[in-house]
Write a protein that binds this ligand. Structure first.
Ligand SMILES: [Fe+2]
Length: 316
């Protein structure tokens, strides 16, 4: 699954200016733009501290599926946090790659959540987690074929139609390649962008995890990724294990600090793209707030060091 060149440019029907994403809003929520700064995942463990101290964080991101209930403490806290910070919404349950229709009820709940909180960004994975009547906890990869390309593009068009806005598609972390794939991953993603006008989320940790597991070059992947369409970056920690042949096997665990090699790949990425909203994803064994804040500060420091106002055209 070695990446190759990108397909032609899409013509997004949405407004993107200098990596700060704007959306139309009829509501009263402030800060509806996400700046090119670092954000962190909003976790229940930190609700009170965040509201008490209002730390200097660029934005917060939440998993949509954690807020699909009607009320309760999570909504009370998220409402309060949203009054002070830009928000990014990250979906993990749409199953965009599944070989069955999207769940209309899930989409409707997503639409209600977006109407309620007006996040500046909404992203989902290039993956599937449902099949027939079953649901899986994992985000599973799709083979990159003409058939799956049509299906993924059709699902993304449906999502964007229902939500009335652009979504970002995230590159997956993978542990194997499908022999039936006829596209490289980057070509597949570029063609999805061209067909749907969706934006992209570049998960740099996913690139490193996949490239190590499948023995390809992460720099080539990043350099050939459709960088002009990247509106958010994810950074996360991974676990290092070994397979039965004693070769390194990386697991996308989101339970520890970002690896130094991933920081290097991030520096390379923003050197190409310029500063872009960057999320520290830490979803398991969530640490004390200062540790998360330190990771975010490191991302900001790197962004500032690369902030030579790289012209957008340089990434195209
Ligand atoms: Fe991610």
């Amino acid at each position: 699954m070695r990446p190759a060149g990108r397909a032609g440019d899409a013509r997004p029907a949405f407004h993107l200016t200098n990596r700060v994403v704007h959306m139309q809003s009829s509501g009263s929520l402030a800060n509806i733009s996400i700046p090119a700064r670092a954000g962190v995942g909003l976790k229940a463990e930190h609700y009170r501290l965040i509201l008490k101290t209002l730390p200097d964080i660029g934005f917060f991101e939440v998993h949509a599926e954690n807020y699909m209930g009607e009320g309760g403490a999570p909504h009370r806290y998220l409402t309060a946090v949203r009054e002070h910070y830009p928000l990014s919404l990250h979906g993990v349950g749409l199953s965009i790659g599944a070989d069955r229709p999207l769940d209309r009820n899930h989409l409707a709940r997503l639409k209600a959540l977006i109407d309620r909180y007006q996040p500046s960004l909404f992203s989902e994975h290039l993956a599937w987690s449902s099949h027939d009547t079953g649901f899986f906890n994992d985000l599973l990869p799709v083979p990159y074929t003409a058939e799956t390309l049509s299906r993924v593009a059709s699902h993304i068009e449906q999502v964007q139609d229902v939500l009335g806005r652009q979504m970002l598609l995230e590159n997956p972390s993978t542990y194997l390649a499908f022999s039936e794939s006829t596209y490289g991953e980057v070509d597949f993603i570029a063609e999805v962008v061209r067909r749907t006008g969706c934006g992209l989320l570049l998960d740099v940790n996913n690139v490193f995890v996949s490239s190590t597991n499948q023995l390809w070059d992460p720099i080539s992947y990043i350099d050939s990724y459709p960088l002009a369409h990247v509106q958010e970056i994810h950074l996360a920690g991974h676990a290092r294990e070994s397979d039965e042949n004693d070769r390194p096997l990386l697991i996308d665990t989101h339970d520890r600090p970002v690896d130094d090699i991933v920081w290097d790949l991030y520096a390379h990425s923003i050197g190409r793209i310029g500063p872009v909203p960057t999320l520290i994803e830490w979803d398991a064994d969530v640490p004390a707030w200062p540790i998360l804040a330190k990771e975010a500060a490191r991302a900001e420091l790197l962004m500032r060091s690369k902030d030579a106002a790289i012209p957008r055209a340089a990434a195209e």
